[in-house]
Design a binder for this molecule. Structure first.
Ligand SMILES: Nc1ncnc2c1ncn2[C@@H]1O[C@H](COP(=O)(O)OP(=O)(O)OP(=O)(O)O)[C@@H](O)[C@H]1O
Ligand SMILES: [Mg+2]
Length: 363
């Protein structure tokens, strides 16, 4: 997939920008706070309908403006895809999504047209933090891979919300009906997560060995869910909910289901969070992202866009070289604060970012 145009209007610090990156690697150089991550965020927003660093859409609207717009055009094997989003300051106005020039009825319609994998320093939280960060990683990957997953997850989350509201209301007459709904909605979510995790495991283990460069360090990833091995997910989920009912009533929340799933990470058979060094955790995060890249490439028949935010400077030269070699086949946007940071990347284009303006480097 190739990005041929990115337009921003009143997005973060940018008033108006049109970017037409060439094939290969484009490097964005600029001081801290210049607006480099903002550009990658705009691309992420077009691919997934949300920012990679905030859940508050409003933050992305340029200060004192009422609306912001971003538009991304990509060329794919099957032709041109154009996606766009408009955000509003006014809380009563929902964001509007455009696909190929038409207003989409649901945000989900955006998924899968332009796809990206973003690498950023915060990826470390994927390894270090609780299960929620890893579930989100999995959900974003699967949503990009198949729109059906995004809708299935939406259905599940809304049923979960309703069931939890019922648990809080104290009136449990409708609980059996919601148990059924939740169990049915959980099935496709768990099924798709399970398959994806098997592939993620294979790819991530390979990438860890390659980037880390140490034979004896085996990295493994495992989908942990009480229903991971179930042959009748909906049936077993219903049974699980019934078993937990008293506990759920007491705690006024649903304790059983895929919203509690974990994507467990191991290094040399030990939980990496407890035993891994900083460098090992960083390599694990990279391996996970590279595996996500592979999954998207395999399912779409072409590589997604690659966004590398400040990642190279944190790697030693060997790891950096190996990472660049791994991702060479994709169009990439790479940010850094100094030119030395991308030694070895051989960019097709170097852009300077400063004060809301983007200019082509002189040489
Ligand atoms: N809604 C907004 N309106 C105007 N400016 C904004 C808005 N949101 C963020 N900014 C500005 O964007 C800048 C941060 O941009 P960004 O995070 O892209 O920097 P960066 O180049 O990635 O820096 P670093 O190298 O530190 O990561 C800040 O200077 C901030 O003032
Ligand atoms: Mg940044």
């Amino acid at each position: 997939m190739r990005m041929t145009g990115l337009r921003l209007h009143d997005f973060r610090g940018y008033r108006q920008v049109l970017l037409t990156p060439p094939e290969g690697v484009t490097v964005l150089v600029g001081e801290n706070g210049a607006g480099k991550t903002n550009l990658l965020e705009a691309i992420h927003l077009c691919c997934l309908g949300r920012s990679h660093r905030t859940s508050q859409d409003k933050e992305m609207i340029r200060k004192d403006q009422e609306t912001a717009a971003v538009q991304l055009t990509v060329e794919r094997k099957d032709g041109r895809h154009e996606v766009g989003i408009r955000l509003f300051e006014n809380a009563r106005r929902k964001k509007v999504v455009y696909v190929n020039g038409k207003t989409a009825a649901r945000v989900g319609e955006l998924m899968g047209h332009a796809t990206c994998v973003i690498f950023s320093p915060e990826d470390l939280s994927l390894v270090k933090e609780g299960p929620q960060a890893r579930r989100r990683f999995l959900d974003m990957l699967l949503s990009q891979q198949q729109r059906a997953y995004f809708y299935a997850l939406q259905t599940y989350m809304s049923a979960l919300k309703q069931r939890n509201a019922l648990l809080k209301s104290g009136d449990f007459r409708q609980l059996p009906a919601w148990d059924e709904q939740l169990a049915t909605a959980a099935a496709p979510v768990i099924r798709l997560r399970r398959t994806a995790c098997e592939m993620l495991h294979q790819q991530a283990a390979k990438h860890y060995l390659y980037i880390g460069g140490r034979e004896q360090e085996t990295f493994a990833l495992q989908y942990e869910s009480p229903l991971a091995g179930s042959g009748d997910i909906a049936g077993d989920m219903l049974y699980g909910l019934q078993q937990c009912r008293n506990e759920d009533i007491r705690r006024q929340t649903t304790c059983f289901g895929p919203h509690r799933d974990e994507l467990a990470l191991f290094l040399k058979n030990e939980p990496i969070k407890a035993f891994g060094s900083q460098g090992q955790m960083r390599t694990a995060a990279l391996a996970l992202k590279l595996a996500a890249f592979d999954l998207l490439e395999a399912s779409q028949g072409e590589p997604p866009l690659l966004l590398l935010d400040d990642v190279l400077s944190e790697l030693d030269p060997d790891r950096r070289r190996r990472l660049i070699a791994r991702i060479g086949r994709a169009q990439a946007l790479l940010t850094c604060t100094a030119r030395e940071d991308f030694t070895g990347a051989r960019p097709a284009c170097v852009l300077h970012v400063k004060g809301g303006e983007i200019t082509q480097a002189a040489d």
